[in-house]
Design a protein around this ligand. Structure first.
Ligand SMILES: Cc1cc2nc3c(=O)[nH]c(=O)nc-3n(C[C@H](O)[C@H](O)[C@H](O)COP(=O)(O)OP(=O)(O)OC[C@H]3O[C@@H](n4cnc5c(N)ncnc54)[C@H](O)[C@@H]3O)c2cc1C
Length: 420
């Protein structure tokens, strides 16, 4: 047995289901502790929301989704078909139960309590990326401030207040308000109508698809197995361990199993006592060519649009659509993002869109991830990070690997207990 710490005997071989940022990070950190890993994914690497997201490693902004402002915003948004927030008006008891539970938590008090659970992990999130880099993951992380830009300066008030609250919660966040001219000097493609920006320093960004491929290669180079086209049907006990049964293909055995299946997590996890409601908060993205280099992420909070440089193109991402995770891509949502984006940026060819994409953020009712042991000893969950699975994925893998191998729950994971 490897990974023995104290009297606990860790597993020899762990099966990780899901080759997104969270599953791959968990596999990598398990390997750091000497555990043999097999990663299974029914499609491929980053086949879920880990591909077309905005790629921000922005622990300074990794905060609870449920807050009083989003509730007011949500009620207005329901009546606007172009709104970045979309909730279908159809009879769906599961979704509406989720919505009511979510709305109940949109209070300042709950936000503060939930934020306190984020602070310790946010502080460590970037270091985990540096560990991956030092350990051979080759895809780079780029340091750059996030420019949160506003067409009307008055609209920045909510963000400025939110930043104060993040600081009050104990997170260091270096920010500076800059006028439109200074913003355009830094990011020339921002349109002249944009009045100002809040510059948020100390964050990073990645090309998420490329990064996930690189992480998957690192896991394989270290002896890990990666089986794609391996759709998991069920998990059953066998001797001291488990056998993971697939829809087609040979079953895979392991001493422990990690469920890291993103927005599909409830499908496998519910039977192990994980009952926290979760839905897919679907987001869209595409890339467009830009006339001038964009030095780093640009965020338009009022329009809820996130832009990230990807080589010589710009990825534009937005929308929170509460629909079935496997529903088809709705081109109308893409058009809404384009309409919102046109007046904000110059030198962008909005019609030359590539990689139009939709992916489901795994959004929990209480805005907290689900990371840790389930009711069945040896079966763990790693997921439910909502808007922040890229920022927090590697650290999640690190902390969960520690828990699996030592049998002791690291303190920062306690609020993420999947059985809460
Ligand atoms: C538009 C958009 C922008 C975003 N921007 C950011 C950002 O800038 N920064 C940030 O931190 N986060 C961002 N996010 C959130 C982030 O993308 C997610 O939180 C994160 O990718 C979740 O990773 P995951 O590994 O948990 O899940 P996923 O990446 O969804 O991976 C789950 C995997 O499980 C597999 N799977 C599911 N069921 C099975 C099964 N039964 N058998 C086998 N395999 C299965 C799927 O094929 C999939 O590959 C964004 C999300 C969206 C949609």
């Amino acid at each position: 047995m490897t990974g023995n710490i104290g009297k606990h005997t860790g597993p020899d071989r762990v099966v990780v289901i899901g080759a997104g940022m969270v599953g791959l990070s968990t596999a990598w950190y398990l390997q750091e502790r000497g555990v043999e890993t097999v990663v299974l994914d029914r499609s491929g690497v980053a086949a879920g929301s880990s591909w077309g997201n905005a790629g921000w490693i922005s622990p300074g902004l990794s905060i609870p989704l449920a807050e009083p402002g989003i509730l007011r915003y949500g009620i207005k948004a329901l009546l606007d078909k172009d709104s970045p927030l979309y909730v279908p008006f159809k009879f769906d008891p599961k979704l509406w139960r989720f919505m009511l539970g979510f709305a109940r938590r949109c209070t300042a008090r709950t936000w503060r309590r939930t934020m306190a659970s984020y602070v310790p992990v946010n502080r460590m999130a970037i270091d985990a990326y540096d560990e991956l880099a030092a350990g051979g993951v080759q895809s780079p992380t780029h340091e750059a401030p996030i420019m949160a830009a506003f067409r009307k300066a008055v609209d920045s008030r909510a963000l400025v207040k939110e930043i104060e609250q993040i600081r009050e919660a104990g997170l260091d966040l270096e920010t500076e308000s800059i006028d439109g001219a200074a913003l355009r000097t830094a990011v020339p493609i921002v349109a002249p109508e944009v009045e100002m920006a809040v510059k948020i320093s100390g964050q990073r960004y990645i090309n998420p698809g490329e990064y996930a491929d690189s992480l998957a290669s690192a896991v394989q180079d270290r002896g890990g197995q990666l089986n794609t086209g391996a759709a998991v049907r069920t998990i059953r006990h066998a001797g001291d361990g488990f056998v993971v049964e697939l829809f087609g293909g040979e079953p895979v055995s392991g001493d422990a199993v990690v469920l890291a299946t993103g927005a599909w997590l409830p499908e496998l996890a519910r039977q192990y006592g994980v009952k926290v409601p979760m839905v897919a908060g679907r987001g869209y993205s595409f890339s467009v060519p830009v006339a001038q280099t964009v030095p780093g992420p640009v965020y338009f909070p009022h329009e809820r649009m996130a832009c990230t440089p990807l080589g010589d193109r710009l990825r534009v991402a937005g929308t929170m659509e509460f629909r079935d995770v496997d529903a088809p891509l709705d081109l109308g949502r893409v058009e809404s993002i384009v309409r919102a984006g046109r007046p904000l940026l110059t030198g962008v060819d909005w019609d030359d869109r590539h990689d139009v994409w939709v992916g489901g953020r795994p959004v929990t009712v209480d805005s907290l991830p689900l990371v840790g042991a389930t009711r069945t000893p040896g079966i763990y969950t790693a997921g439910g990070h909502g808007m922040w699975g890229i920022s927090l994925g590697p650290l999640t893998g690190k902390l969960l690997a520690e828990q699996i191998v030592t049998g002791v729950t690291p303190d920062p994971l306690r609020p993420f207990d999947p059985l809460r």
